[in-house]
Design a binder for this molecule. Sequence first.
Ligand SMILES: [Ca+2]
Length: 506
Amino acid sequence: MCGAGLFAPALNAAGQDTQPNILFIMADQWRKQAVGFMGEDPVQTPNLDALAQMAVAFDNAFSNNPVSGPNRACMLTGKYTINNGAWANNVPADPQDESSLGRLFKQAGYQTGYVGKWHINGVEDMVTDPTRRHGFDFWFQSIAHNHFRGNYYAPHISDKRFSVEKWGPEYETETAIEYLKSVGDKPFCLVVSYAPPHTGGGPGFEDRYQPGKPYRLGYGYAAPAQYEKLYQDDYAEHLIRPNILPTGNDPRTNCYAHAVPGYFGAITSIDEQVGRLVEYLRQSGKLENTIIVFTADHGEMMGSHGLMTKGVPFEESVGVPMIIAWKGKIAPARQHCVINSIDLLPTLLGLAQLQIPASTDGTNYAPLLLGEKFNTPKYAFAEFNFGGVGEACRPWRAVFSEDFVYILAGECKFKQAFAPEGYVLFDRKKDPYQMHPITRSMGYDEVIDRYHAILKAHLEELGDQFLTTMWHTPTLPSKPTLNKENVDPNWNDDFLQRKQKRDNRK
Ligand SMILES: [Ca+2]
């Protein structure tokens, strides 16, 4: 408990003198199916299962833009891609954005901290310039995906990056707990952003490869041995989802089986670290006054439809875990309504009774979480343009409800699922594995028309010119139309030139 005089700005709209703390935990490439209580993947997450017992856990949470940088920008700003500027990996989100998690809680008098992977500061993601940290004061950034020997940048320790020989999630959790000890009784907003279960490289990955990519040892899915041992079944023989395309046991071609121990092992290891964080809050007496979020930037296909990683509109790629806990305040429940990554920011502001900027696109779900009257959104949206700058444009736009997903796609590698006109509908309840694409004259024409109109209206409202510039366009643009140009207009051109030079040397 703190006296209001210590941090008068922390008084919220209701005049409360104690603000709830925020612990925002995210992982990279963690699909929603890979949480134990969901009953889908054969994965062990006892700590998240326990967290869900004191939380609202959303079954239908969707990444807005299922690739790293873009969806991190969506989560932290509460804005759609078109409005936050991060349209591909390595394109910076506007560091001055007025709608930004760290900045808004700092302005409200919170101690703000960020531990782990960032990836929204463009090509030079190591954030040496404090004005580019979106309001986070304590800065402990992990760089790239060397999960067993992480590279870190922490200006209070060194002005240069340094590496630490330890499993990243474990080290970062220790760092986060040290930070929590340092804030004392002041309200905090801390993001802990784990880089696994995303693929990685460096020490510990020597015998790994990323299925679906050209055979190259030294990069792939991995976790400390004790966690991988939990998942040594012959997954090539026992497909974990019916929509996986079996490709045999050859490690050079197998879509997923050789990735399972590393992927699920990393998940179980992070689950243990989430447990440590929650336990610290419990022991320090802060659990009842801390809102805990667990989510991910996007999912992982893991062999479904013959695909790995993300970037596509299928359930495994866009579906993310979303657990929001506030012990004693939020009644535990499983929620089936749709929710997007951009809704987290306004929801946290709503729970803390802080003002939500007018420019925020997301919806405040706080009333739903607190059992108050709430007009539940019926639709969630997702999009994709590029993976990284300079990569092929594979754009699509999608609208989700609890019942259906309707997708429009331009040029993309999964086009076999689509009608020649570039659309597809899936019945999410009857066909959860999306093995039966629906096009016209299959009894769903009214639904197709209705969802097309909803998606079109959404794109028009945003000023997204997808329908005219990307859908059915032989020459795709080098970048999508944005309402908010990023603050370094030359940054991306410079990157493209450097990439071109590198490619020419190969
Ligand atoms: Ca990612």
